[in-house]
Design a protein around this ligand. Structure first.
Ligand code: NAD
Length: 283
């Protein structure tokens, strides 16, 4: 079986990007969220991304209109997933939320459906244990912004079958991504390193070592990073980053203790780009 029909659960920063990448590759995609306004924002984002694809001559106008028109948006979980080959969950980084969704997906989807989580840090084994099909559960960790980032970390849980891994990698390649296979460990490969760099940059802001602008500039010009760690944290969302740090702190220990400034910003509602204010201010 090749994966042709996909559902994405959660239409926030990641879900909308994943849905776009699936649609532009000609696969069928349904995007589901409990929040109507998040779906509306996702639709506006898709319109803008398809315009951009036409402007860059990646797609013709007809192709863009047809891909955009093929994306379905819904708040109904059952309707979104009941005929899908692959479901990718991209809701908040909260274990109880992910496990409750996986339990429902297990009941609502056909037996052959692969259930994937886009978690940045958490255990796909623990999430899969809530289902009757742990061999068909996997983590597919996409990167932000999804349309422009090539990588998917494919993380195998304890019982993920070779067949599921192969199908997941084939799916990733079919939407133009490159996959790396990772054995489960908190934070996988990228988040584990990236969260630490970001947290250190936040500690340096708190200690008055340099301004956010100069810390980011130093990493870009000194180490050739395409983005500074504070710009990146703002793009990820400081609430999401805080949840990632909290999980890594619980599972990997002291060196992942979230920087107090991160906690303070999240409490103030300064969530980065999505709220208009984080380490930087956005119009
Ligand atoms: N932001 C990033 O850069 C990034 C990168 C890689 C992975 N991730 C991971 O992707 C996941 C999503 O992160 P995000 O940044 O897109 O979050 P987000 O806050 O931007 O979006 C989450 C979405 O989930 C929806 N949601 C909440 N409960 C739901 C439910 N029960 N059913 C359906 N939808 C529900 C919300 O309405 C919201 O639209 C997290 O696990 C995160 O760790 C994030």
């Amino acid at each position: 079986m090749t994966i042709k029909k996909v559902a994405v659960i959660g239409s926030g920063t990641m879900g909308r990007g994943i849905a776009y990448s699936v649609a532009i590759s000609g696969l069928s995609v349904v995007l589901q969220d409990i929040n109507e306004s998040s779906l509306e924002k996702a639709k506006a984002y898709h319109e803008k991304e398809f315009e951009r694809a036409v402007a860059k001559e990646i797609l013709t106008r007809e192709e863009a209109d047809s891909s955009l028109g093929s994306i379905e948006y819904t708040t109904e979980l059952n309707a979104a997933v009941n005929d899908r080959d692959l479901v990718i969950e991209a809701v908040l980084e909260i274990m109880e939320l992910k496990t409750s969704i996986f339990k429902q997906l297990d009941e609502m989807t056909p037996d052959h459906t692969i259930l994937a989580t886009n978690t940045s840090t958490m255990s796909p084994t623990e999430i899969a244990a809530q289902t009757s099909r742990p061999e068909k559960c996997i983590a597919l960790h996409f990167f932000n912004p999804v349309p422009r980032m090539k990588l998917i970390e494919v993380i195998c849980g304890l019982e993920t079958s070779d067949d599921t891994i192969q199908k997941a990698i084939a799916f990733g390649e079919s939407i133009g991504k490159e996959c790396v296979k990772i054995n489960e460990f908190p934070g996988f490969a990228v988040s584990r390193m990236n969260c630490l760099i970001g947290n250190e940059a936040m500690n340096m802001v708190m200690e008055g070592v340099a301004s956010p602008e100069d810390i980011d500039k130093a990493m870009k010009l000194g180490l050739n990073h395409p983005m500074g760690p504070l710009e990146l944290a703002d793009l990820v969302g400081l609430d999401t980053r805080l949840r990632n740090m909290q999980y890594l702190y619980e599972t990997l220990g002291e060196k992942y203790r979230p920087c107090p400034i991160l906690t303070k910003y999240v409490k103030a509602g300064h969530l980065g780009k999505k709220s208009g204010k984080g380490f930087y201010t956005y119009s």
